[in-house]
Design a protein around this ligand. Structure first.
Ligand code: SF4
Length: 692
């Protein structure tokens, strides 16, 4: 699989897949990349790596890469290759034309969590300073936006509390809605090491993931919570803590606020394990036992994933977990905390860089006059105080005709966003869709302009991982497209009349550091010296901050927030009696644009539907049968795999292949606070064979 020729030079860089952010030495022979060797000095991985980072880099030089800009007037036309100047001028002129005809807010952009902080920063700056609006959003909208919201409300900062090393000090580890052995394998190894040493494990997930029972590891409890009922469960856990007098009063009195009102709410009988048993499907005695273990078992840490956030109450659940951690004093030291396992390599960074329509870099609200003034002074452009459009609002506004031009950086929204039919119609209705990417993906098939981007092997910049660690990404080869990705938005802005230019990405980081209090101590020079730093990195913490909220919360006092359980609208019915939930597997990555173009494709050739033996039997479905999955939004076909990992009534699939299209059937329900789609709960019917 891998060419084992003898390398003669090495470049240290960072994996471009998941939010663990493993460091690698890229070993080259001349200009040819021979192998990726995990770096033992890597702060996040300490010499470990998984099958994706180690072997799945061949996509970077795959023949499917598009290396020249392309234009077409209509999406039914053939693509026409053009030079960079022509493409840049075309985009700038068209965007201006749209603004003249439809108003300044008729255009916007979406940033990518696959690109560097520097690449992302310049896109949001282009939108705010050159487009003149706040219509910028990020693909984090569809994964961890509830993390940003929920942790900011409760703790004061939109980021996880711990560094990865902290898990080695945990006595109780609670994994909620995450599958670390597949999604975050290198961190999972650290976690498993601690579990083998005797830490207790609780897994809360409808599906029996591998971690529940693996060699030398057995979870104390697996709570197969009914999809859509996380908040009822976290409230029931907190109810036990409050009513059985397990609260850490010293911590709460000294460090938190609004506890009494929250405790009064949580102690109400409807939040008890007995009252919620029928909702969550979890026996009350198990809930009581887990709550006692979490509150009294020593250092207790929560690690969570998209099974928490991708719900109509995703933000509520994040706040519910934060409440639980504060009530038991499990914040602010080694071994504890509330920790999002971020999916993409730079999802933390893309959020940090001001990609949300309501926040400038560093999570400062656009309505804050003093903050805006700082940016206005440096950028020399007036900024508007009203938040712009979120991604789902962009789609809705495209369909009503008020949003006409969209710049998409490295995200396949046509495949990854829910309710594919709605997204497809919205994208087709645009006057200008610009896609900056490596391949002609599903979104690019609907684009008018394709601007070729660069792979991580060509990038020079930084990624920020799930533990807020800023890692250097160093170029292994020159850009195959003849242009660095960060230069593209700069040149478009320039062509639109806004002066935005840098000689080197280190200058972009200098600008980020000058504008963002949590980054003031960050520079390429420091990263090259220290290897990596975890933000906040500033005068108070010149070498970074591994653990947050140690003496006080970022917001001062930790805030308890009432988390009323509101059932999702998406319920099983006679017509759609099963609930579909989704996830991913070890060898593949998200929509598969990269991994499907590597040898990893041989380990996972198709998405399948996991179904419980009882649900299969009553439908006449055998292992390997072709089945049709129908929801109120669409229909798709998959091969069935009969599996007792699933509880009855719940089916599961991955979303790595466009043709199987899990998102053809997911709905446009979303989190009440952030619009993060409710991917994890779709009422479906599953039938043997094709309906056609
Ligand atoms: Fe890359 Fe994540 Fe695997 Fe590390 S764990 S090698 S960051 S995919």
């Amino acid at each position: 699989v891998v060419d084992l020729g003898i390398p003669n030079r090495t470049v240290k860089t960072t994996c471009a897949y998941c939010g663990v952010g493993c460091s690698f030495k890229a070993e080259l022979r001349g200009d040819e990349l021979v192998r990726m060797v995990p770096d033992k000095d890597g702060g996040a991985n300490e010499g470990h790596a998984c099958v994706k980072g180690r072997f799945a880099f061949g996509y970077a030089t795959h023949p499917d890469r598009v290396l020249s800009p392309m234009i077409r007037e209509k999406i039914t036309d053939e693509w026409r290759e053009v030079d960079w100047d022509t493409a840049i001028t075309y985009v700038a002129d068209k965007m201006r034309e749209i603004q003249s005809s439809h108003g300044p807010g008729a255009i916007g952009g979406i940033t990518s969590s696959r690109c560097t902080n520097e690449d992302v920063y310049v896109v949001q700056k282009m939108v705010r300073a050159a487009f003149g609006n706040n219509n910028v959003d990020t693909c984090a909208r569809v994964c961890h936006s509830p993390t940003g919201y929920g942790l900011k409300q409760t703790f004061g900062e939109s980021a996880g509390t711990q560094d990865f090393r902290s898990v080695a000090k945990s006595d109780v580890i609670v994994v909620i809605g995450a599958n670390p052995t597949d999604g975050h394998p290198v961190f999972a190894s650290r976690m498993k090491r601690r579990l083998r040493e005797g830490a207790k494990l609780v897994v809360i997930d409808p599906r029996r993931i591998d971690l529940v029972r693996s060699p030398h590891i057995e979870a104390e409890y697996h709570l197969p919570v009914a999809p859509g009922t996380n908040v009822a469960l976290v409230n029931a856990l907190a109810h036990v803590v409050v009513t059985e007098d397990l609260v850490d009063r010293e911590f709460v009195d000294a460090r938190c606020e609004d506890f009494e009102a929250w405790a009064e709410f949580i102690a109400q009988p409807q939040n008890s394990p007995e009252a919620t048993e029928e909702i969550t499907g979890i026996p009350a005695q198990d809930v009581r036992a887990v709550a006692r273990m979490y509150a009294t078992g020593g250092n207790a840490a929560i690690y969570y994933g998209l099974g928490v956030t991708e719900h109509s109450q995703g933000s509520t659940m994040v706040m519910g977990m934060a409440n639980l951690a504060m009530a038991t004093g499990n914040i602010g030291r080694d071994g504890v905390g509330v920790n999002p396992l971020r999916g993409q390599n730079n999802v933390q960074g893309s959020c940090d860089m001001g990609s949300f329509p309501h926040e400038l870099p560093g999570y400062r609200h656009v309505s804050d006059d003093a903050v805006r003034e700082v940016f206005e002074n440096l950028w020399q452009r007036p900024l508007i105080p009203e938040p712009g459009l979120r991604i789902p609002n962009m789609f809705d506004s495209a369909l009503d005709g008020s949003f006409r031009g969209l710049y998409v950086q490295g995200e396949d929204i046509a495949q990854s966003d829910p309710n594919t039919g709605h997204v497809d119609a919205a994208l087709r209705s645009l006057d200008l869709l610009v896609v900056q990417d490596l391949f002609i993906n599903e979104t690019a098939k609907l684009a008018h302009v394709f601007l070729p981007g660069t792979s991580f092997l060509e990038k020079d910049g930084t990624f920020t991982n799930a533990e807020r660690r800023i890692n250097r990404v160093r170029p292994v080869m020159a850009p195959m497209t003849g242009k660095h990705e960060w230069q593209i938005p700069c040149e478009i802005a320039q062509a639109m009349g806004y002066d935005m230019s840098y000689d080197d990405p280190s200058e972009i980081m200098e600008e980020i550091a000058s504008l963002t209090p949590t980054f003031t101590g960050v520079s390429f020079e420091k990263l090259d010296k220290l290897g990596s730093v975890q933000w906040p990195c500033n005068t108070e913490a010149p070498e970074g901050t591994p653990i947050m909220h140690v003496d006080e919360f970022v917001r001062g006092k930790g805030k308890f927030i009432t988390t009323t359980f509101v059932p999702t609208n998406e319920r099983s019915t006679r017509k759609f009696p099963l609930i579909l939930t989704t996830g991913r597997i070890l060898s593949q990555y998200n929509v598969g644009a990269q991994t499907r173009r590597t040898h990893n494709v041989h380990w996972h050739k198709e998405d399948v539907l996991e179904i419980h033996p009882h649900d299969a039997e009553v439908r006449g479905i055998d292992d390997g049968s072709e089945v049709t999955i129908t929801s109120r939004t669409g229909e798709t076909m998959l091969r069935a795999v009969i599996s007792d990992r699933m509880p009855t009534g719940v089916v599961y699939t991955t979303f790595h292949y466009p043709l199987s299209g899990a998102n053809v059937v997911t709905t446009d329900n979303s989190d009440w606070a952030t619009n993060c789609p409710e991917y994890k709960v779709t009422a479906v019917q599953v039938m043997l064979g094709s309906r056609a």
